[in-house]
Design a protein around this ligand. Sequence first.
Ligand code: SF4
Length: 346
Amino acid sequence: MIYSWGDERRFNSYSRYFVKQFGRRVQKISIDAGFSCPNRDGRISTGGCTFCSNEAFNPSYCRPEKSIKQQIEEGIEFHRRRYRRASQYLAYFQPFSNTYKPLEELKSIYQQALEGIDTLACPSMSYRTTAGESVSMDGQTRYDMPPKPQIIGIVIGTRPDLIDEGILQYLNEIQKTHYVMLEYGVESVYDETLKRVNRGHDFATAEHVIRLTAEHGIPCGAHFIFGLPGESKTVMLNAADIISQLPLTTVKFHQLQIFKGTQMAEEYQLHPEHFHLFDLEEYIDFVIDFAERLNPNIVIERFAGEVPPRYLVSEPWMKLRYDEVLSLTEKRMEERDTWQGKKVQV
Ligand code: SF4
């Protein structure tokens, strides 16, 4: 069966979105441009969100002491080794709050990423031929040259309270020539939860900025965590109806992961009874229940998070690679003969 998003997968996938958007596979390259966060530097609070550990999500090549250009080059090389099909990339400003600087500085940072890279200026990079052999780019040995890698746009991760009209207008300008997406950490649609994890903004702020971003014609993504303390499964599932009403392009879901050294890790040690950590099967059934109630027009970028196990306090199944979790989720959707949006009232 072909679903409304245009393929046979049982959910509206990010890979499908890229193919629709660009006609091919596109890979995101994470960049740490040295941003901070007002929820850590004292402007809002100093403690940060109780679950926050940016270090856990940063790939090894992604370090603020390296230039943006160097991170892009190393990121492309890293992804080329793992996924041979991509030749177009999006610069993904991921850790911390990537709109937390004056507009003029933001312009300069985003522009550095959009200038892309000159592959011939990077002799250390190696490329794979169609036969799968590595070809050294030393200026001498050139065989089957794959297409030159290109940065075709930017994805900017930030807090919903760090966007204003000036930034949106600027992004609107650059999206005439490049792809642009804003990705907001929303985490929960419930103010009580947001307060409890010291998020420093409420859901109304997130809702407002998502609508404003969409009004400016900029694709907009949102990140949610399942399993935050105080939320029952029913309460979490009800969030699907609220999220479905938002003009979102994409969503990312993460199971609650408790990272070493965070405030949440301390709370977990003292009061494990405050937490409900999903086991794998339960989580897969939960995200499928959630997807059934989710607007089928919203692209699901991820069903679950994946970080190196050394950062985690516990949760053995979280050592699974995301690809494995995704394939189990799709298999389970088949067993249940269900799909994204199946229970959405039209
Ligand atoms: S807003 Fe983001 S970077 Fe800042 S403390 Fe929260 S999770 Fe961490």
